[in-house]
Design a protein around this ligand. Structure first.
Ligand code: SF4
Length: 287
């Protein structure tokens, strides 16, 4: 199986990303987000492990990648796992990529990425997207028990923004748990340096829905009604009803625009609301 693969090989009908490739140094993820979608289809997901012979395979496979290609790191595993502090395979992989004319789109919840600024700033192109669900430390601990605290991500966003373009993924929006102060959150993300807000609502799958109920039993009734009774199944996930999603996405859009930054939604079927490419690719070279 290839290490570097096509992003979205299943061709999700709501995906509006430009063609790009995907690369993960690890299988699984230790951030333990209870809403995680990837945990539904990867075995033993919350026990991250390095990919076998990652660096050797990367050296071989990267030769076949056309110049100028965008590679997304990473979509079903954070490239900056706790393990990465010791193993440094993401870092060593970046050293290889720094010699090739490719652009890298990072998605992370980890402050460890700061360690690699020396390499990241010298890539042909780099955009770093930090993911947040909430800035509330206690709530984040329940939603993402193994991930660095939001405060730490904010600091990392602020540092990275001086060197490369950055975006913030307000993703997923967990209605109504994390959606009461969208405008306030976006103000803080903008102040920390985000040039674009990328957002998406929480999509329920059997495994993550069960976890959400376990951790937030007080919301189980409201979520059951919104998702299981009124919601809609799209591409294997259960979505909130469209009118509710539209209100949430519009709120994020309005707040982003009033802060003067770019906005996009991801897999909501609302591309017409976007003011930029959905995944942040437009930010390459726009420090
Ligand atoms: S950081 Fe992403 S891949 Fe890792 S557990 Fe959280 S949602 Fe899943």
């Amino acid at each position: 199986m290839s290490l570097i693969s096509k992003f979205d090989p299943w061709k999700n009908k709501l995906c509006s990303c430009l063609p790009k490739l995907s690369l993960c140094a690890y299988t699984g993820c230790g951030h333990g987000c209870i809403y995680c979608y990837a945990s539904s289809y990867i075995f033993d997901f919350f026990r991250p492990r390095p990919k076998k012979d990652f660096l050797e395979r990367l050296k071989r496979e990267i030769k076949r990648v056309p110049a100028g290609t965008t590679i997304s790191m990473a979509n079903s595993s954070d490239p900056y796992q706790q393990l990465e502090k010791k193993l440094r395979i993401t870092r060593d992989g970046l050293k290889i990529l720094a010699n090739i004319p490719v652009k890298i789109l990072f998605i992370t919840k980890s402050c460890l990425i700061i360690r690699d600024i020396d390499i990241i700033r010298n890539l042909l192109g780099a955009v770093v997207c930090f993911s947040f669900t909430t800035l509330d430390k206690k709530l984040a601990k329940k939603l993402e028990p193994g991930a660095p605290e939001p405060e730490c991500r904010l600091k990392a966003l602020s540092v990275l923004s001086r060197y490369v373009p950055t975006a913030a993924r307000l993703d997923p929006l967990v209605w109504p748990l994390t959606t009461s102060d969208i405008a306030g959150t976006i103000k803080i993300l903008k102040a920390a340096g985000a040039k674009q807000i990328i957002t998406s609502t929480y999509k329920a799958r059997p495994l993550n829905f069960k976890k959400m109920f376990q951790v937030f039993p007080e919301y189980s009734k409201i979520w059951k009604k919104a998702y299981a009774e009124e919601g809609k199944s799209i591409e294997g996930s259960c979505y909130l009803p469209e009118n509710k999603r539209k209100r949430l996405i519009q709120k994020v859009r309005d707040a982003s625009l009033s802060e003067g930054i770019l906005f996009s939604s991801c897999r909501e079927g609302m591309v017409s609301l976007n003011t930029a490419l959905c995944d942040g690719q437009q930010l390459f070279g726009r420090l």
